[in-house]
Ligand binder design. Structure first.
Ligand code: SF4
Length: 571
């Protein structure tokens, strides 16, 4: 089965802007009440996450007592705005600029004596807000047939709800022009809506089936489903991946997926992950088994353990130390345990449902915790056998790792901005680069420093890239990772700078006598960071699960490079 995700799926500019504005307020609000007048977006899961961050949706102005009121992207009528202002509360206007420009057209023409005709859904809050600007001279119609019942007027101004179907609006305006030849007609359909609808039309012609993801109460999502149905594509409108369990897709050789303007990307990705995981025939035979095994490893953090083992091997060879299996096991077991314990103890655990990893952790929580504790105990025993210095280092990393998500007098280390990326990279670098060296000598060599920096950069880059994909959900649950703090462009610049620095360091380290010739071979994983930057940029082409798997492969590339180098140099 072929799967194609629409490039336009997910939050539009207006929704993203409104969500960002609310999140900005929640990070500095203290005890102040924050209300949104009506739900901020038509997505129950996002509303629930915002509620947990202290943002209360209210349906009536009477429910507003004090604090801050956010006006959502749909906007509100001038009368409602006045009533809210009279409450003496602070208003934050998150009306989408494109909706605001339609309001301005209506206001201007109403003041000049035009009768306003809005083509849209009478019940939709955006239409209600637009109607409020028409000085009681407005009509709402939603079909060309409605035009006949309009009274005769001299001056008519016609606008569309920003999410109106462009085909329908064309028919309505044609009928209006026949009845009111001098009507002032404005195409106020948002180009983001037009592009989204055009893409669904193309997908519906190309694919056997179409899945539209988004709230059943979301008008723009309903419209996407209607457009696909009108093209006679087998169409399913779902809110989450869960619903796919009851849908038979066996008649579809290929499926197109799109999502409404208020659908968070992690929900759409959950749908893509479900389709990929349950499809037959996309990855053939043996390759499919390998693919499924790798995805299982990624999902359960075994991939992290394998990655740490690979980096431990690389570190020993890079520093010219003998290969010790126990150090590889220490790194693998310790990394696995800390990652798993942190996931299960994190403040954000279970708050985002539908993520490819969370479901499995939620379902088998006890089992995961037991395996993690046993792994940690084994790592401690092995490090004790390796000597006092490795034991102390592994003990310190484990302690910090376990305490990272624990509430320490009202504060958690995980709440420190950017801490996750820095702590993860430091822990990996200590376990893989420092522990084996300290098992041999307490001397700090330049080889150890170079190896520490190499592992740190590699793990830091992978961790940050992985968080780049989760930036939307991380912002909602208040997790301040580096991509959340810095923004996507700066992150790309930072990672490019880091990889260039690491590449130069590896090239210089060997002639300087700090590392073995392996350092030149290790330019391969450094180069792979650039490939990962491209992959994350083209996120729409991959599922979340596949992308995470591709990012994790970098440690395997480093490990395989080291093994090949070892074979060649010992022949
Ligand atoms: S669909 Fe367009 S007009 Fe409506 S909120 Fe999104 S960007 Fe704004």
């Amino acid at each position: 089965m072929g799967i194609k995700l629409a490039e336009t799926a997910g939050f539009c500019m207006g929704v993203k802007r409104a969500v960002d504005m609310v999140l900005e307020i929640t990070s500095n609000k203290g005890d102040t009440n924050v209300y949104t007048y009506g739900p901020l977006i038509h997505n129950p899961q996002t509303i629930e996450l915002l509620r947990k961050r202290g943002v209360m949706p209210v349906d009536s102005i009477d429910e507003i007592k004090d604090g801050i009121v956010v006006i959502r992207a749909h906007g509100i009528s001038p009368r409602e705005k006045k009533e809210i202002r009279e409450k003496g509360v602070q208003i934050v206007d998150a009306t989408c600029p494109r909706v605001a420009s339609v309001q301005a057209i209506i206001k201007k023409h109403a003041a000049r004596g035009y009768t306003i005709i809005i083509a849209g859904d009478k019940e939709h809050p955006e239409v209600a807000s637009l109607l409020g600007y028409s000085s009681n001279s407005g009509f709402v119609i939603n079909d060309k047939k409605d035009v006949a019942s309009l009274p005769a007027y001299d001056k008519v101004c016609v606008v569309a709800q920003t999410t109106q179907d462009s085909g329908r609006y064309k028919e309505i305006t044609k009928a209006i022009t026949r009845k009111f030849p001098h009507a002032a007609i404005f195409n106020t359909i948002c180009d983001s809506t037009e592009k989204r609808q055009a893409e669904v039309k193309d997908l519906a012609s190309e694919m056997d089936g179409i899945i539209i993801v988004g709230g059943k109460n979301s008008a723009n999502t309903q419209r996407l489903a209607m457009i696909a149905r009108n093209r006679e594509a087998l169409t399913f409108h779902i809110e989450t991946a869960e619903e796919l369990k009851n849908i038979d897709l066996s008649a579809c050789n290929n499926i197109g997926v799109s999502a409404g303007a208020s659908t968070p990307n992690w929900i759409t990705e959950g749908v893509i992950d479900y389709l990929i995981h349950n499809q037959k025939g996309r990855v053939p035979g043996k390759l499919r088994s390998i693919y499924n095994l790798w995805i299982f490893f990624v999902r359960t953090d075994i991939a992290s353990a394998i990655g740490a083992g690979c980096l431990s091997l690389v570190s020993m060879l890079l520093q010219g130390l003998g290969v010790g299996l126990s150090y590889i096991l220490i790194a693998s077991l310790c990394v696995y345990a800390i990652h798993t314990i942190n996931r299960l103890q994190s403040r954000s655990f279970g708050r985002i449902r539908g993520g490819f990893r969370e479901e499995s952790y939620i379902r088998y929580r006890g089992l995961y915790m037991a395996v993690a504790v046993i792994s940690l105990a084994m790592a401690c025993v092995l490090s004790f056998a390796a000597g006092p210095a490795p034991f102390i280092l592994v003990g310190l990393v484990s302690l910090f790792g376990v305490l990272y998500t624990v509430n320490l007098g009202g504060r958690r280390l995980e709440d420190v901005p950017a801490s996750k990326n820095i702590f993860t990279a430091t822990a990996w670098a200590v376990l893989t680069a420092v522990v084996p060296q300290m098992g041999v000598t307490l001397e700090i060599t330049c080889g150890m420093v170079i190896t520490f920096l190499f592992v740190f950069m590699l793990v830091f880059s992978k961790s940050v890239l992985s968080d780049t994909i989760d930036v939307q959900s991380d912002r909602l649950i208040g997790r301040e990772t580096i991509p959340v703090v810095m923004g996507k462009e700066q992150v790309q610049t930072l990672l490019k700078g880091i990889s260039i620095f690491t590449g130069i360091m590896l090239i210089v380290a060997m002639p300087a006598g700090c590392t073995s010739s392996l350092s030149l071979i290790l330019l391969a994983p450094v180069f792979y960071i650039w490939i990962c930057l491209e992959l994350c940029d083209k996120r729409a082409s991959f599922s979340r699960m596949a992308l995470e798997g591709l990012l994790g492969i970098n440690y395997i590339i480093a490990g395989v490079s080291a093994i090949l180098w070892l074979i060649v140099t010992t022949l």
